[in-house]
Design a protein around this ligand. Structure first.
Ligand code: 3HC
Length: 311
């Protein structure tokens, strides 16, 4: 009965076992996984837009090929994650509809514009760097399909982060004007990349339960701190300045001291009032509508093929 199922589930979680699609799970566990995994998938799909903006204008064929490969990877990450979410009982159409209706969340980070090519470097270095810090622990998420999807995604993410760092390193060895572009991009992307980790722990309604269920392995603030610790030495190698005059390591407290993060900006974006929210959703809607004939043709082909083989 339900009580036995619950205690068996609790034993599996306590023993660091994986929960698989056909296992019994609390309804709330299923709901929070559908919430997080679908939003993660939406983030990957919407995340294709800021970078896609520069594929036709990359400064060389090599940079164009690398950027195309990266954007293609993001699409693939979105599909792995949607497939993982589907094992929990939500359909692809429902998730797509939630995104297009504007009722689904996706990462705040993708609601900022990418005005210069150097943004491709800052995104790779900071945004994919933050995504790695957040996603590596998710490889150990208690829900099997999610953790396994993360293993493949993290391998590709590390290439994304390195190519971004390399773009910035190249630019920083260029002219003064190019170095200013790099600093400008870092100034615009640094704080939004810190917001990717979510609100402060004392304002994070999902964290406690997600950590108890071993979906989330570290708190939002812990991962944010880990990310800052990764980025500080890399910024020194690049020769860029992180836009936080208060940033320093407090050895007594064993943590990075930072200026206040502007959570008002964060909540404005979550409310759909960021610089690019409307554009991102409009583009996603248009892609869905323009692609309707492909879905119809594939469905018709499948129907005819089934009818032929049934004869
Ligand atoms: N953007 C948008 N919404 C955010 C957010 C952000 N940066 N951070 C938090 N939120 C939302 C949460 O979804 C939650 O709302 P909900 O209950 O309606 O879903 C609310 O703010 C409160 O936040 P919590 O801390 O309570 O929520 P979580 O426990 O879910 O933690 C999270 C937030 C750390 C983002 C967690 O959901 C997570 O780890 N998600 C998977 C990773 C992910 O989505 N990463 C996106 C990075 S972009 C990416 O991966 C693409 C890469 O290739 C560049």
């Amino acid at each position: 009965d339900e009580a036995d199922e619950q205690s068996h589930f609790d034993e599996l979680i306590a023993a660091e076992q994986r929960i698989e699609p056909r296992d019994w799970m609390p309804a709330a566990y299923r709901r929070t996984l559908i919430r997080q995994i679908s939003q993660h998938g939406h983030s990957e799909i919407i995340g294709m837009q800021p970078e896609g903006n520069w594929i036709t204008r990359a400064p060389s064929l090599k940079r164009k090929a690398i950027l195309m490969a990266k954007v293609q990877d993001e699409a693939g990450h979105g599909l792995y994650l949607y497939s993982a979410a589907q094992t929990l009982g939500i359909t692809r159409d429902e998730m797509t509809q939630q995104l297009i209706d504007g009722t689904a969340k996706y990462s705040s980070i993708f609601n900022y514009p990418t005005p210069t090519w150097v943004d491709m470097g800052a995104i790779g270095w900071l945004v994919d760097g933050a995504a790695i810090a957040n996603q590596v622990p998710l490889c150990r998420a208690s829900y099997g399909p999610y953790g396994r999807a993360m293993v493949r995604i993290c391998k590709e993410e590390s290439f994304h982060q390195r190519q971004g760092f390399e773009i910035l390193l190249t630019i920083m060895r260029g002219t003064d004007a190019q170095r200013e572009m790099a600093q400008d991009a870092v100034d615009r992307w640094y704080w939004p990349s810190l917001m990717m980790f979510g609100p402060p722990d004392d304002q994070s309604p999902n964290s406690a339960q997600s950590m108890a269920w071993k979906i989330k392995r570290f708190s939002n603030d812990d991962l944010r701190q880990r990310f800052i610790g990764m980025v500080v030495p890399q910024a020194e190698i690049l020769g860029v300045t992180l836009p936080d005059p208060e940033l320093h390591y407090d050895a007594d407290a064993g943590r990075w001291n930072t200026s206040e993060i502007d959570w008002t900006e964060f909540h404005e974006i979550l409310a759909g009032r960021g610089p690019m929210n409307a554009v991102r959703l409009q583009n996603r809607r248009a892609a869905h509508e323009d692609g309707a004939w492909v879905r119809d043709a594939a469905a018709e082909y499948t129907r005819k093929h089934a009818a032929r083989t049934a004869e």
